[in-house]
Ligand binder design. Structure first.
Ligand code: T46
Length: 379
């Protein structure tokens, strides 16, 4: 349940009592609004709604009333009857207020300005939202775990980063947006920026990158889906957007590219995704192990991937949203699937030097790398 009671200190003497509430000290959010409710009546109920983003602290500065709190799964009732106890209610919590004592006065501290669009006043709609949010959280949690658990993916992450860094070092952008950072953001490896924004839906990934020694005041980490933040980020004037290993995972890649387009102002975008014509897949196809080039493999489904790309189909998609391509190619020739690659590394059959060689081998096999990339600009 996203609520808690916060006890506040009373400064009292023979003249009476005083409670002080100080922003940034005993309040877990920045206070943007204060309102109070008075002239309440015992037979009148209030509330009966939830908030999408708003956080509040409610204090019965005089009298008492009962709060019903509901997170879509459990319902709890509490009494608010002390001026030194605040009820914190976080987002996505249904609340009802009843049994007001005569003259009860509630003072409310709120984290946002008043916005009626932010209310959910219909209980069924609230339940639908909660179910949707839980589904997303479950998927993201499972996704996070799969990536952390998978051996060879950690090595692929390093080579993918190497590619992104080559491009960052070439263009030296100053205001960067990274969409979906995984367990480590690129800001750990590239520091020639003035502003760095990360948008990442996994809370665990966000917490991990915030613990980095390179995390600093120039960095903003937003724990959300890009689609929800496009409006907010529209005026940021990013000069570089990194969309590394993500486009194949989203349900609607064109929609995502269109969201990105709204953030562009002569912006350079780097996109990389797995290659459906990677050497190991072509080999598996010729060996009769896979029926068709371009089908999602079992490992791909495990990682919640939705779309397969070739250099040609990625180019077409990027062109279809009016981005012009500056460079494109592939990197890291991967002869085997992830599991076999992990196995031969464990056995010592190939070492770091040979892995580095595989990264560069696309010089001779330009379209057969395990991953493909395009660097483009919005027209
Ligand atoms: C909450 C509980 C504890 C405004 O114009 N500005 C405001 O800042 C607020 C809070 C309300 N209003 C208007 C909207 C309605 O026309 O005041 C009217 C009464 O608001 P409402 O019916 O939402 O009041 P309650 O007591 O049911 O709920 C209020 C808060 O709205 C709500 O956020 O959590 O108190």
């Amino acid at each position: 349940m996203n609520y808690k009671l916060i006890k506040m200190n009373i400064h009292g003497d023979e003249r009476g009592k005083l409670v002080s509430i100080e922003g940034g000290q005993n309040i877990p959010f920045e206070i943007k609004r204060v309102y109070y409710i008075f002239d309440t009546l015992p037979n009148q109920e209030r509330g009966k709604h939830a908030h999408k983003e708003l956080e509040q602290i409610i204090i019965a500065i005089d009298g008492a009333c009962q709060f019903v709190l509901d997170d879509g799964k459990n319902r709890e009732e509490i009494w608010l009857n002390r001026p030194d106890v605040g009820l914190y209610i976080g987002k996505n919590m249904w609340r009802e207020m009843r049994n007001f004592s005569y003259g009860c006065k509630l003072m409310v501290l709120a984290s946002t300005h008043y916005d009626e669009k932010e209310y959910i006043r219909n209980y069924d709609e609230f339940l639908r939202r909660i179910n949707r949010l839980q589904e997303i959280t479950r998927n993201i949690n499972q996704y996070t775990k799969n990536y952390i658990d998978h051996d060879f993916e950690n090595i692929m992450v390093e080579y993918r980063r190497k590619k992104v860094l080559e491009i960052l070092n070439k263009y030296q952008p100053k205001n960067i947006l990274e969409i979906g950072c995984g367990i480590q953001s690129i800001f750990d490896f590239y520091d020639n920026y003035e502003k760095f924004t990360v948008v990442e839906p996994s809370e665990q990934f966000c917490q991990m990158i915030k613990k980095s020694k390179n995390y600093n005041q120039k960095i903003t980490v937003i724990n959300d889906f890009l689609e929800n933040k496009t409006e907010e980020l529209k005026n940021e004037k990013f000069d570089f957007i990194i969309l590394s290993s993500l486009l194949h995972e989203v349900v609607d890649p064109i929609k995502m590219l269109k969201c990105i387009k709204q953030l562009c102002n002569n912006t350079l975008i780097h996109i990389n995704v797995p290659n459906a014509q990677s050497m190991h897949l072509l080999w598996a196809y010729k060996a009769g192990l896979i029926e068709k080039i371009g089908n999602l493999t079992e490992v791909a489904k495990h990682f919640q991937q939705h779309t397969t790309f070739t250099l040609e189909s990625l180019t077409q998609m990027v062109n279809s949203v009016d981005f012009s391509i500056l460079e494109k190619g592939s990197y890291f020739i991967k002869p085997f699937n992830h599991a076999k690659m992990a196995e031969i590394i464990k056995l010592g059959v190939i070492d770091k030097k040979l892995l580095d060689g595989l990264y560069k081998l696309t010089e001779f096999m330009p379209e057969m790398g395990a991953e493909i990339f395009v660097n483009c600009r919005s027209k």
